[in-house]
Design a protein around this ligand. Structure first.
Ligand code: PMP
Length: 393
């Protein structure tokens, strides 16, 4: 049976119309399918392939670690050099209170762990989250989703969630002495790229301080250079108590992290012992890939180039169908009048050889979030293709 038929028959899908591209080779932002058609990847798998596909330093680090050992015992019991090196490197570039790393595999696990940690640390159980934010699909993380469409079939979820509204300071009154933590994306990703304002985040920080509430920044999508800053919180000068990383953090491998102070994270090791455990989180091969990704970002000039690349995208995209372009670094949302237009543009772009996507909570916008390594010429070519798709409507 053809691979496509086997895929449809045996691999579970999450939408009725999967893209079903059969990719056979990759390089940088380019993917090639079985028929020899080349695609420019403008979403890098919704984040993980942050440095492009097949980036040699990452691939080599994976091979070298695979030759040494794959898996022994991961959660803070054995001294695994890729974990130790990655945690130490992160501590060296993060503010002083973020010096302890709990490794996991997926973004949603980082959210779960942070929710548990906040409860354990504060002795409270309420958690405040923002409407139209996404923090993962497992049950705790799904409880933080305000959108009934995605959650009503899966109730009951975790109780004690209070909703905040971005830029609405009156909603911050829901943060009280009962609140364990507020979880916030500095740039609301799945709403369609809405950076929070500095004044709003400062008001949020004050409210948390007044009530002894932990601030969790979910930088699973915004972290690691996407916004032009290594971490989006740097732009605001606000340091969270707990930082969540994932996606590009693993250099294309499954890796995520909850980062906090040693005194906060040590709560997971005591009363009860093994407060949160994971058999595969912080897998040495994934940490080796993550370390290579981090070193590569720090050694190269990609972050400095992001403002130019962002401006180039914005200057080259032209169509009467565009209502608005929002951006935060190399992360753009193009808004159209309705979801049907978005679907048509995505389908037209795919024919042109351009892979795009929409957003979970904004189906009127198209997502552009290519690998940081994209060149100026590749941006010009991608915009040509996208303009062709938009103007063929
Ligand atoms: N938080 C944010 C901000 C995300 O964008 C995502 C994934 N889209 C997650 C958490 C969940 O990550 P994962 O899919 O790896 O569980």
């Amino acid at each position: 049976m053809a691979m496509r038929n086997l895929f449809l028959k045996h691999v579970a899908q999450t939408s009725p119309a999967p893209m079903a591209l059969e990719i056979v080779s990759v390089e940088g932002i380019w993917l090639e399918d079985k028929q020899g058609k080349k695609y420019m990847d403008m979403i890098c798998g919704i984040g993980p392939s942050l440095l492009g596909h097949g980036y040699p330093p990452i691939v080599n680090a994976i091979k070298e670690q695979a030759d040494k050992y794959l898996h022994t015992l991961v959660y803070g019991e054995m001294i695994l050099s890729p974990q130790v090196q990655l945690a130490s490197k992160l501590a060296s570039i993060l503010p002083g209170n973020l010096d302890n790393v709990y490794f996991l595999s997926a973004g949603t696990e980082a959210t779960e762990t942070a929710m548990k940690l906040a409860k354990r640390h504060t002795g409270r159980y309420e958690i405040c989250a923002f409407k139209d934010s996404y923090h993962g699909s497992s049950q705790g993380a799904a409880s933080l989703m305000s959108d009934d469409y995605f959650t009503s079939a899966y109730r009951p979820l975790v109780p004690g969630i209070r909703w905040l509204i971005a830029e609405d300071e009156s909603s911050l009154d829901r943060i009280t002495e009962q609140t364990a933590a507020v979880i916030v994306e500095p740039v609301k990703a799945e709403s369609g790229i809405y950076p929070l304002s500095e004044s709003f985040l400062i008001a949020l920080q004050k409210k948390c301080k007044d009530n002894d509430v932990l601030i969790i920044f979910d930088e699973i999508q915004s972290g690691y250079g996407r916004t032009g800053y290594m971490f989006a919180f740097e732009r605001y000068g606000i340091v969270p108590d707990i930082l969540l990383l994932g996606k590009g953090f693993g250099g294309g491998m499954p890796l995520s992290a909850v980062i906090s102070s040693k005194s906060i994270l040590s709560d997971l090791s005591d009363n009860p012992v093994l407060g949160h455990i994971t058999t595969l989180g912080g897998h040495p091969v994934c940490c080796a890939a993550g370390l290579a990704a981090l070193n590569s970002i720090l050694e190269n000039t990609w972050l400095n180039e992001i403002p130019d690349k962002e401006a180039l995208f914005k200057s080259l995209l032209h169509s009467d169908h565009i209502i608005e372009i929002r951006s935060s670094g190399l992360w753009l949302a193009i808004e159209f009048k309705d979801a049907l237009t978005v679907q048509k543009v995505i389908a037209g772009a795919l024919k042109e050889g351009l892979i795009l996507d929409w957003f979970l909570f904004n189906d009127k916008s198209i997502r552009i979030a290519p690998a940081l390594v994209i060149t100026h010429d590749e941006i010009r070519l991608a915009c040509q293709k996208l303009n062709a798709a938009m103007n063929a409507l």
